[in-house]
Design a protein around this ligand. Structure first.
Ligand code: BES
Ligand code: ZN
Ligand code: ZN
Length: 499
């Protein structure tokens, strides 16, 4: 999709299709819907009367050959009857994209002023419109022999009469952010044979060029030398070498402590010796989505020029049952010296994160945030609607909620207590990588991670196992089956909150 912002009067524009918005009548039995472009109400009056346009939220009605001004077709998208939030605008814009694609439109003008954002909301709505359209336009056809035809590409002009500097900047910021989300989704959707730890590191280096982000990659020998026993241990069952990816962005004075983002970069999780059942195992190519989304988030922070120092850390490996794989009962030590029993080789995410969190703590950061497709228990608890997060720091929790509200993502606070820590005590080592109790599997995983975060460092863990992919059944700007980019936008807002 080609997207641009046009400061123009609709009357002076000529392209095939106009996208306008309809508002539902305030109550069901009183009055009819209306479009937010008054000149069109008369032309569409019959459709209001016969209820083919009701204005309900995300309703999409395409009129082919309904001439208005210099437009041939009209696409009417419903806004509902309540006042709009930026998340509504994001979803409505995604719906517009779908409607235009379904009708085979090549060029359209979207009546931005119809959102009625006014001085108060115009900038956030401009950001949401470019995010919604760009996120909805994501497809993964890199590996199909027949790719989407370039000549069928859709151009959308977002048309407004009020394109001041703040609106323009917000529009461009939304575009940048959504491009970074789409980049992360592409990493996530790429299958395990083409997304090894080595390739993930190379793609990061390549994407960071020109952004001001410095990328350092540690190989297996260096990982061993750095005493990253968890990451090294998990990698032993695979032919593929592990990588530890370090991204640094300096947007503030050198004296300012960084905010660190850590992401699980497990490029394929077979379970190892505690092997997973084969049904659905192909989905475990998505086990690097925490890492992919941290990579995209740090790139976005740099491209948006946030005034904050940021470090992104991505421990990356495969989890395979090769001849040297770690075995149930094996004991290893993480970088901070704490030891653990690997009682289930499928609980590997926490092992590779232990080293990354220890390393993060050595940087004496202002805060650490991690994202991981960590537990099936998280999917059971919250499904694919909310990303559950864990922190014992009240102020940080408030910051997380505010960041999620600003980004439009949904998060939910989960409990982390000393009881959960008790459940992961080891018999022959300090800790066990699985809980001795039943239930709360996502909380006990968080309790395990907590052991590797330096005392007093504000830390929050996000388990994106439910939201990392296949979120499109409920969120129209996410792919139905593919990677979603979950928590990336919230991480960018979190970084912004430290600027
Ligand atoms: N990557 C999985 C978690 C996962 C499962 C994410 C399903 C998304 C969907 C993780 O490494 C894992 O296998 N965790 C185990 C832990 C258990 C053995 C304590 C799990 O959740 O079953
Ligand atoms: Zn696993
Ligand atoms: Zn895993």
């Amino acid at each position: 999709m080609v997207l641009n912002l046009l400061k123009k009067d609709l009357e002076t524009l000529s392209c095939s299709t106009l996208v306008v918005f309809s508002k539902a009548a305030p109550t069901k039995d009183k009055g009819t819907a209306r479009v937010t472009l008054p000149d069109l109400n008369k032309i569409l009056s019959e459709s209001f009367e016969d209820k083919s346009i009701t204005g309900s939220k995300l309703e999409s009605v395409f009129f082919r050959g309904k001439a208005f001004l210099d437009f041939k077709n009209i696409l009417v998208i419903g806004l509902g009857s309540e006042s709009l939030t930026h998340e509504d605008v994001r979803q409505v814009s995604a719906q517009a994209y779908e409607g235009l694609k379904a009708a085979g439109v090549k060029e359209a003008a979207l009546h931005f002023d119809g959102f009625g954002g006014g001085k108060k909301h115009n900038a956030e709505f401009a950001r949401a419109v470019s995010e919604g359209l760009t996120l909805a336009s994501y497809i993964f056809d890199d590996l199909k022999s027949k790719k989407a035809d370039k000549k069928d590409e859709l151009t959308v002009h977002v048309v407004t009469e009020n394109a001041d500097a703040s609106l323009k900047n917000a529009f461009n910021d939304g575009l940048t952010l959504a491009q970074c989300v789409n980049f992360s989704r592409n990493l996530g959707d790429t299958p395990g044979n083409l997304m090894t730890p080595t390739i993930l590191a190379e793609r990061t280096q390549e994407a960071a060029k020109g952004t001001g982000v410095k990328v350092t990659v540690w190989d297996k020998a260096r990982i061993k030398k750095e005493k990253m026993g968890g990451l090294l241990g998990v990698s032993l069952g695979s032919d593929q070498e592990p990588r530890f990816i370090i991204m640094e962005y300096k947007g503030a004075a050198a004296s300012k402590k960084p905010v660190v983002f850590v992401g699980k970069g497990l490029t394929f999780d077979s379970g190892g010796i505690s092997i997973k059942p084969s049904a659905g195992m192909e989905e475990m190519k998505y086990d690097m989505c925490g890492g992919a989304n941290v990579i995209g988030a740090v790139l976005a922070m740099a491209r948006l020029k946030l005034k904050v120092n940021v470090v992104g850390l991505i421990p990356s490996t495969e989890n395979m049952p090769g001849p040297s794989a770690n075995k149930p009962g094996d004991i290893m030590a993480a970088r901070n010296g704490k030891t653990f029993e690997v009682n289930n080789t499928d609980a590997e995410g926490r092992l590779i994160l232990s080293d990354a969190l220890s390393y993060a703590s050595e940087l004496e950061p202002q805060a650490i945030f991690d994202a991981a497709t960590l537990t099936g228990a998280m999917v059971v608890a919250l499904g694919n609607i909310h990303t559950g997060y864990y922190t014992r720091n009240f102020n940080l929790s408030k910051r997380v909620q505010d960041a999620a509200n600003a980004s439009g993502e949904w998060v939910w606070p989960m409990p982390l207590t000393d009881h959960h820590v008790k459940d992961i005590r080891g018999t022959f080592a300090d800790f066990s990588n699985i809980s001795s109790s039943k239930g709360a599997g996502s909380a006990t995983a968080a309790a395990f991670l907590e052991q590797f975060v330096g005392e007093g460092i504000p830390w929050a863990h996000f388990d994106i196992a439910g939201t990392g992919w296949a979120a499109g059944n409920r969120l129209n700007y996410c792919p139905k089956k593919g990677a979603s980019g979950a928590i990336l936008r919230t991480f960018v807002e979190l970084a912004r909150s430290f600027a």
